[in-house]
Design a protein around this ligand. Structure first.
Ligand SMILES: [Zn+2]
Length: 137
């Protein structure tokens, strides 16, 4: 399969993934609403709900980020720039696009970006649990 054909196929994958994420996000939001409605006056329950809400909102945030990355990738398809690295302009290897169809940079540029913003998602999760332990009940 040529690079052009592979890239065309990835567009279909991106659209399927986008639709699935849309549904997941709608599901998570309705779950969040249910949690708020079921909340009782019990302080421990309220604390647990707060933790749960926090985790849910982090998940929603991650899914929202992926969704916007996917929308960007679909837009790049439309402009004919999909598969080109936004950092250095070189074609992104197909193996990377197969692993991450919404990748907008090559591994070299990604590594450079990640070393600038050290930590990332892992740091975010640590912060959530730190706060949970630090809060006196
Ligand atoms: Zn690059």
């Amino acid at each position: 399969m040529s690079r052009k054909e592979s890239i065309k196929k990835m567009r279909e994958q991106l659209i399927r993934r986008r639709d699935a994420l849309h549904r997941a996000l709608e599901g998570d939001l309705s779950l969040l609403r249910e949690l708020h409605q079921e909340r009782t006056g019990d302080i421990l329950d309220a604390a647990a709900d707060t933790v749960q809400d926090e985790l849910n909102s982090q998940l929603i945030e991650a899914e929202s980020r992926e969704l916007s990355a996917i929308n960007n990738a679909i837009a790049r398809h439309g402009r004919g720039t999909y598969g080109d690295c936004e950092g250095c302009g070189k074609p992104i290897p197909l193996s990377r696009l197969r692993a991450i169809p919404y990748a907008n940079d090559c591994i070299d540029c990604r590594r450079k970006a990640e070393s600038r913003s050290a930590g990332g998602a892992a740091m975010m999760w640590n912060r959530v649990f730190d706060q949970v332990e630090a809060d006196p009940v």
